[in-house]
Design a protein around this ligand. Structure first.
Ligand code: TEU
Length: 551
C-alpha cells in the first residue's frame, strides 16, 4: 500500500484521559470540576499532550459516576455549568489542546426524559427507545446477567414488564434497532461537534447491537458479553453514524470495544475509514482473569503480555490503527498492575512501562496520574471504596460463599476501579492540593512523596520522563510509522522489540523484573541512545532498566 505523505493528526497525537471527579476541585465541595481542569491546563501543556479525553461531564444521578446520563446537553451540576465547559474548550484550544468527549449511548440513566416517557406505557412514543420484554414464569425474560452483578433485567411495575440493563439497573440499554434512537444520538453528537469539540471516546460501543438469536440460549457464564459484543448490526450502525456525523468533522474517535478481536478491529477501525479511527482492545488488561473475572491476585505473565501486545502491533499494521494504553478509570494503576509499586522500584518501573508503551505503533493514552507513577492505594476497609462494580462484586461473591471476605478485599485492593479514581496528587499539602473540602473518596496515603509539584522540580522524575517520550514521538517518525518485531517472545524477564522504518531501526529493551539480567541485545554506544531510565554501561539490564537506541 503506498504510504501517505502526511498522517491524520490523531495518528501523531498523545491523548490524556481526565476523570473529572478526581482531577481538580475548584469550589471546595470535594468533587473535581471543569474550572479545576481549566486551572490545570498549563500543567498538561507542559507535559506536552495534544488531546484531552474527558470522562463524562453530562448531567447524571451518578449511579455509575456519570456513565449514567440523564441529559446529554447539560453539565453535571457538581462539575459546573455549560459556561465552564465553553471556557475550558476555549482555553484548551488556545493552548493547542483538543477536547474529546465521552459518548455513552449504549444506555442512558433511568432518569433521562426518554426513559421516564418510555416506562409510562406500552404505547408511549418513547417505548421502543429501550428494550422491554415480558417476564417468564414469574421471573426475568432470560438468565442474562448484568456486568455489575444480578440479572440484566429489571422489573418495572408501571407496565409489568422488564427492561434490559447491561450494567446498573439505573442504566437502561437504548434500543439501537430503533431508527429514532439512532438519529436522536446523531443529533446530539452534531450539537457537541458544532460547539467545537474534537471527537469522542465511545463507551461500550461494541455492545449497541444485541444478538437476539441467543435470547433463549443459556449463557456460558451468564455474562451478557457473549450476546452483546460485536453484534449482528454493530458495523451497520457505526457506518451510519460515520456517514451521518463523523465524516463531516475533522475529529478523533476511539471505540471502547470490550471483546474485540483483531478481525473485528479491522472493521471498527479499518484504514479505509467508514467507522472509527481506532479501538481499545482489552486482551492485555484482562490477562489473568479467571473464574470470577478480574477478582483474583494473579500476576501478569510477561510472555502472555508480549504475545498480546505483539499480536496487535503486527496484525493491525497497515490495516487499522492501534490505541496504546495500560490504564484508565476502570483499571488499576498501571505501575501496580504491570510494574512494581514498592517505593524502591516505583519510579523506575513506571518509566520502564512508559517507554515500553510509547515506543510502540499507535496513539498513546495517558491516564491522569500515570505520568507521576501514581499507585494503587490499597485501602484496607470495604467502606473506603465507592465503586459500584467492586461493592456489588464483594457482596455477590462473599454472600454466595464463593470467595472469602478477606480474599475479596485483597482482590479489590488489586483490581478495583477505585484504584485509578483517588484524587490526583498535585502537591504534599492538604488533600494533595485536590480540594479544600472533604474529598469524595480517600487519597492515596503516598501523596506526600508522589505528587506533581515534587516531580515538576525534579528533572529525573516520571513526569519529565513522559515529557521526553512525548517529544521523541514527535521528533522521530519511526515511532509512528515503523514496523514492529518482538526480538525474544519467550524471554520471561525482558521485553525486547524493534521498530524499523526506511532502513533505520530502533531497539527497545525493558527489564520487567527486580533482577539484573544479561542482555546480548544491548549496544553500549552512547551515541546511539535515544532515552534510558537509568545508567548502566554493562551488557546487562538492571532491575526495571529500560532504554531505546538506534541500531
Ligand atoms: O466500561 C465498560 C467495561 O467494559 C467495564 O465493564 C470495565 O471493563 C470493567 O468495569 C472493568 O472491570 C465502560 C466505562 O468505561 C465504565 O466506567 C462504565 O461503568 C461502563 O462502561 C458502563 O457505562
Amino acid at each position: 500500500m503506498t504510504e501517505s505523505k502526511s498522517l491524520p493528526w490523531w495518528k501523531e497525537a498523545v491523548v490524556y484521559q481526565i476523570y473529572p471527579r478526581s482531577f481538580q476541585d475548584s469550589d471546595g465541595d470535594g468533587v473535581g470540576d471543569l474550572k479545576g481542569i481549566t486551572d490545570r491546563l498549563d500543567y498538561l501543556k507542559e507535559l506536552g499532550i495534544d488531546v484531552i479525553w474527558l470522562s463524562p461531564v453530562y448531567r447524571s444521578p451518578n449511579a455509575d459516576n456519570g456513565y449514567d446520563i440523564s441529559d446529554y446537553r447539560a453539565i453535571q451540576e457538581e462539575f459546573g455549568g455549560m459556561e465552564d465547559f465553553d471556557r475550558l474548550l476555549e482555553k484548551a484550544h488556545g493552548l493547542g489542546i483538543r477536547i474529546m468527549m465521552d459518548l455513552v449511548v449504549n444506555h442512558t440513566s433511568d432518569e433521562h426524559f426518554w426513559f421516564a416517557e418510555s416506562r409510562k406505557g406500552k404505547d408511549n412514543p418513547y417505548r421502543d427507545y429501550y428494550i422491554w420484554r415480558e417476564g417468564r414464569a414469574g421471573g426475568p425474560p432470560n438468565d442474562w446477567k448484568a456486568s455489575f452483578g444480578g440479572s440484566a433485567w429489571e422489573y418495572d411495575e408501571i407496565t409489568g414488564m422488564y427492561y434490559l440493563h447491561s450494567f446498573h439497573k439505573k442504566q437502561p440499554d437504548l434500543n439501537w434497532e430503533n431508527e429514532a434512537v439512532r438519529h436522536a444520538v446523531y443529533d446530539m453528537m452534531r450539537w457537541w461537534f458544532d460547539k467545537g469539540i474534537d471527537g469522542f471516546r465511545m463507551d461500550v460501543i461494541s455492545m449497541i447491537s444485541k444478538d437476539w438469536r441467543y435470547f433463549d440460549r443459556h449463557p456460558k457464564d451468564g455474562s451478557l458479553w457473549e450476546f452483546s459484543v460485536n453484534g449482528p448490526r454493530v458495523h451497520e450502525f457505526l457506518q451510519e453514524m460515520n456517514k451521518e456525523v463523523l465524516s463531516r468533522y475533522d475529529c478523533i474517535t476511539v471505540g471502547e470495544t470490550a471483546g474485540v478481536t483483531i478481525e473485528e478491529a479491522k472493521r471498527y477501525a479499518g484504514e479505509t475509514g467508514g467507522e472509527l479511527n481506532m479501538v481499545f482492545q482489552f486482551e492485555h488488561v484482562c490477562l489473568g482473569d479467571g473464574r470470577f473475572g478480574k477478582w483474583n491476585d494473579t500476576p501478569v505473565d510477561l510472555r502472555e503480555f508480549k504475545a498480546v501486545m505483539g499480536k496487535w502491533q503486527t496484525l493491525l499494521a497497515g490495516k487499522a490503527w492501534n490505541s496504546l494504553y495500560l490504564g484508565n478509570h476502570d483499571q488499576p494503576r498501571s505501575v501496580s498492575r504491570f510494574g512494581d509499586d514498592r517505593p524502591e522500584y516505583r519510579e523506575l518501573s513506571a518509566k520502564m512501562l512508559a517507554l515500553c508503551l510509547h515506543f510502540m505503533q499507535g496513539t498513546p493514552y495517558i491516564y491522569q496520574g500515570e505520568e507521576l507513577g501514581m499507585t494503587n492505594p490499597y485501602f484496607e476497609r470495604l467502606e473506603d471504596y465507592r465503586d459500584v462494580e467492586s461493592l456489588n462484586a464483594y457482596r455477590e461473591l462473599t454472600e454466595a460463599g464463593l470467595v472469602d471476605g478477606k480474599d475479596m478485599l485483597r482482590y479489590i485492593g488489586q483490581k478495583s476501579r477505585d484504584n485509578a479514581r483517588t484524587p490526583m496528587q498535585w502537591d504534599a499539602g492538604e488533600n494533595a492540593g485536590f480540594t479544600g473540602g472533604t474529598p469524595w473518596i480517600g487519597l492515596n496515603p503516598n501523596y506526600g512523596q508522589v505528587n506533581a509539584e515534587v516531580q515538576r522540580r525534579d528533572p529525573d522524575s516520571v513526569f519529565h520522563f513522559y515529557r521526553k517520550l512525548i517529544r521523541l514521538r514527535k521528533e522521530h517518525e519511526i515511532i509512528i510509522r515503523g514496523s514492529f518485531r518482538d526480538l525474544s517472545p519467550e524471554d520471561e524477564s525482558v521485553y525486547a522489540y524493534e521498530r524499523e522504518y526506511r532502513g533505520k531501526r530502533v531497539r527497545v529493551l525493558c527489564n520487567f523484573t527486580d533482577r539484573t539480567v544479561p542482555c546480548e541485545w544491548k549496544l553500549l554506544d552512547s551515541e546511539r541512545l535515544l532515552i534510558q531510565n537509568r545508567e548502566n554501561t554493562e551488557k546487562t539490564l538492571l532491575p526495571y532498566e529500560a532504554l531505546a537506541f538506534w541500531v
